[in-house]
Design a protein around this ligand. Structure first.
Ligand code: AKG
Ligand code: FE2
Length: 474
């Protein structure tokens, strides 16, 4: 399920570390400067607190600093090395405070040496308006008008009705209980049609912040119908991909009668009301999905922007910067987040300044009026892997199942990256966590079969090579 904590967690962290309330925009700016480090961001903001010189979220007045410099030592004030808290230069962990006195060469002061850390210029956000652009720039594919129109309308109407009661996800952030800015629900499929192993029913009970819930609702008949269409489309797309990752699931379903290589057995759904409801930057937890999962997200209702941003690995940050891609998703469109998307990119549905009203082409009741809607409902169809079923998930010292996260900053072509089992208690346990952190070891933990293990045993005809992967990477 979604790791909704990333942006929201960072914001809440910054907020709890700063002396006074700052607007989200100001905190986000500080986080961008601090390259996502909440401690640094709070230092930047706290320097604007009484007793310091840099106004939080405001440009420092250069004139008064020069004035104090000209007035000499008695009037000198500590001046940050960084021109402004809004500058694109990331501060070091403890930004040096320097005093500038009369007698110092003015030019020497103004011509500060460039910061030692090279920063790559930020690339402008790109709007990907068609499937070709999405495939070219991201590890996703976009598919328009994918369900028969009548089915898309029926599914929208039934979910629009039931989602009015969906809950907002709640989790603990230190001493605060925070709530998702959208409503959410989880569904489980009655049977995958391939085997009678329904272990994902148990996994599905842990969808809510790793806490055991009552069994979730099962797919409605419309969801089932949509899911079957989506499975075939995803399977075709996976077949067309130039590369499959070694840790991808290669078990049940491969040789099934329909020759499906991708199946869904659960679905997470969100309702975004109006233009302000959103989901922050995150990559989806892999606890039950495993590494290199494929997730198919169906959009219904109003068109909203889906944003993707790559987490540039540390070894590449000096040569290239991250870029944000915005994909407008209309009613009845599907985005497939292919293998490696969760490892390399974060995604979000940001608040918007404007939004189109959605008018279905079919009335809710035959012959009735067509009402306008301002909500978007998305369904992410997912496959909970049998080799990641609940008894196999390590428990942390708090005694609850850990969460599997990719080491996004150290990915190497999506092959050599590590995955960590981390304590998730903080989200549900009054914000207290044991801080457990353990590297996942597929072999030692007895997981698989994977695409890689099948290739090793010659069970799969597809070949792999680093070269092939590098050509395939987008
Ligand atoms: O609404 C969307 O398109 C994205 C939802 C999402 O990221 C999630 O459920 O994990
Ligand atoms: Fe997500």
């Amino acid at each position: 399920m979604a790791d909704e904590q990333d942006t929201d967690t960072l914001l809440a962290l910054v907020s709890s570390l700063t002396h006074k309330g700052h607007s989200t925009e100001v905190m986000l700016d500080a986080l961008v400067q601090a390259e996502g480090n909440p401690e640094l961001a709070s230092q930047i903001l706290n320097r604007g607190h009484p007793g310091s010189e840099v106004a939080a979220g405001k440009k420092r007045k250069r004139a008064s600093d020069l004035d104090s410099w000209l007035k000499g030592p008695n009037h000198a004030k500590p001046v940050s090395r960084h021109a402004s808290p809004l500058s694109s230069t990331a501060p070091s962990s403890d930004p040096p405070i320097r005093k500038v006195n009369r007698g110092v060469d003015l030019m020497a002061v103004l011509k500060q040496p460039p910061p030692s850390k090279k920063t790559t210029p930020r690339k402008p956000t790109l709007i990907l308006t068609n499937p070709q652009m999405v495939a070219e720039h991201t590890p996703c594919t976009m598919h328009l008008s994918i369900l028969p129109l009548q089915l898309a309308s029926k599914l929208f109407y039934s979910l629009e009705q039931s989602s009015r009661d969906w809950q907002r996800n709640k989790w603990w952030l230190f001493d605060r209980l925070v709530e998702s800015p959208h409503r959410t629900a989880f569904f489980v499929r009655k049977t995958d049609g391939v085997s009678d192993d329904e272990t994902w029913h148990e996994s599905a009970q842990y969808w809510y912040n790793g806490r055991k819930t009552d069994p979730p609702d099962v797919f409605s008949s419309e969801m089932e119908e949509a899911c079957e269409i989506i499975e075939r489309l995803v399977t075709d797309e996976i077949r067309r991909r130039p590369y499959r990752y070694p840790l991808e699931w290669a078990g049940g379903g491969v040789d099934s009668t329909n020759d499906l290589i991708w199946r869904a057995n659960v679905a997470a759904s969100n309702r975004y009301e109006g233009r302000n409801e959103s989901v922050g930057w995150h990559s989806d937890h892999m606890t039950y999905l495993g590494p290199h999962c494929t997730i198919a997200s169906l959009s219904l209702g109003t068109r909203r922007m889906f944003s993707l941003r790559e987490t540039v690995p540390l070894h590449e940050t000096e040569i290239r910067g991250a870029q944000t891609f915005n994909i407008p998703l209309p009613h009845n469109s599907l985005v497939i987040m292919h293998a490696s998307c969760q490892e390399r990119f974060k995604h979000s549905v940001p608040p918007q300044s404007a939004m189109d009203v959605y008018r279905p082409i079919h009335p809710r009741i035959p012959g009735g009026p067509i009402e306008p809607f301002n909500c978007r409902i998305n369904i992410t169809f997912r496959f909970y892997r049998p080799d990641f079923k609940p008894p196999s998930i390590p428990l942390c010292k708090c005694g609850i199942p850990t969460v599997l996260r990719p080491d996004m900053k150290n990915q190497r072509d999506g092959q050599e990256g590590k995955y960590w089992w981390t304590c998730f208690a903080g989200a549900q346990n009054d914000g207290k966590s044991c801080g457990m952190w353990k590297v996942m070891d597929m072999e030692a933990e007895g997981r698989g079969p994977t695409v890689g293990s099948m290739q090793q045993t010659g069970a799969s005809s597809s070949s792999s090579s680093r070269e092939q992967l590098q050509n395939a990477r987008r």
